[in-house]
Design a protein around this ligand. Structure first.
Ligand code: ATP
Ligand code: MG
Length: 327
């Protein structure tokens, strides 16, 4: 049995489909276990791609509602008028086109968990309606005159700083407190670098199996590149990058050239143990400033141009960021 087979054997799911044994993740699992038993609304915060949806699944699975439904709804993707009937349902004939009555997701999630994803995007009138349902534990479908009691645990997820949204007047404070009986922060991948290897091997195994390939090996040099990279797109970015590497890799193991440019820019010039760098060809090498700028632009791009978050990820102040960009 090869080293990789042994590692693969060892890489089983660590917590309801989540991979990671870093101290921060183990603490997170414990927190989720406790909250799951307690009941009460849960707010799950964290950057995009950190695994908030997986955390919600784990929360549901650990709770005594695990036999009930887990229903996710994306608050950002649906216009307010539709979202209202989506969540609370409607009576038949409640509005044009409403031929049949609809139960709504709150009722469908009865006895289980409802995940309100991207909660910060909820329009003010929907915030008020949601607050009422959370306070009363009753929903009244649009156009109906009877209320229905529902037993639903609400989990809300966001990649925004909700306290800040409250301070800016974009989110009702009373709703915030209702949603955040418990608060779980899912750490960005750069705060759990020790998990990168396990995650990478997990994705290699998964994507190799998907295309019917033997699981590829991961070279030390490639791992070292991955480890030196801060992953602004978090676990999702790592998964995508491994999927590409597995798809295009020609040999039996993933080597640095299977990984995107950006990672090379990040780890540029850092020798990997046992690997001798190629003789330098000064003329073809980018300057540190060029590499910096390229990387800064890349991070910005990954974060949809959000400079505040980019500065956070890069570990620099916003002014320094502007300086890099020549603004
Ligand atoms: N710890 C983990 N172990 C295994 N896979 C993970 C882990 N964390 C995240 N993933 C995978 O990474 C991807 C992104 O995770 P998820 O959708 O839960 O992120 P998110 O925080 O909800 O992101 P967004 O804010 O963009 O909705 C998914 O494919 C998920 O399966
Ligand atoms: Mg999500």
């Amino acid at each position: 049995m090869s080293d990789l087979d042994l590692v693969v054997q060892e890489v089983t799911e660590d917590f309801h489909g989540m991979i990671g044994r870093s101290t921060v993740m183990v603490a997170l699992y414990e927190q989720v276990r406790r909250i799951a038993r307690a009941g009460g609304a849960v707010l799950i915060c964290g950057e995009s791609g950190v695994g908030k949806e997986l955390v919600t699944q784990a929360l549901h699975a650990e709770s005594d509602r695990c036999g009930g439904p887990l229903i996710p709804v994306n608050c950002a993707g649906i216009p307010s008028e539709l979202l209202e009937s989506e969540l609370f349902g409607h009576a038949s004939g409640a509005f044009t086109g409403a031929q049949h009555a609809r139960r709504g997701l709150f009722v469908e999630a009865h006895g289980g968990t409802l995940l309100l994803d991207e909660i910060a995007e909820l329009a003010p009138e929907m915030q008020a309606k949601l607050l009422r349902v959370l306070q009363d534990g009753q929903v009244r479908p649009l156009g109906a005159n009877l209320e229905r009691r529902v037993d639903v645990r609400v989990a809300a997820a966001t990649n925004r700083d909700l306290e800040r949204e409250v301070a800016r007047g974009r989110l009702r404070e009373d709703l915030f407190f209702r949603l955040a009986t418990f608060k779980v922060r899912v750490p960005p991948l750069r705060e759990r670098g020790e998990d990168v290897r396990r995650l990478a091997l997990h994705f290699i195994r998964r994507f190799s199996a998907e295309i019917g390939r033997e699981p590829l090996d991961l070279s030390d040099a490639a791992l070292s590149l991955l480890s030196g990279y801060p992953f602004p797109g978090n676990v999702r970015e790592l998964a995508n990058l491994i999927e590409r590497a597995v798809t295009f890799c020609c040999g039996g193991r993933i080597v640095p050239s299977d990984l995107p440019e950006t990672l090379h820019a990040c780890g540029a010039g850092i020798p990997v143990s046992g690997v001798r760098a190629r003789p330098p060809r000064a003329a073809s090498m980018p300057t540190l400033r060029q590499v910096q700028l390229r990387y800064v632009r890349y991070v910005l791009d990954q974060l949809d141009g959000n400079k505040r978050r980019a500065a956070e990820v890069l570990g620099i102040g916003r002014r320094t960021l502007y300086r890099y960009l020549g603004e």
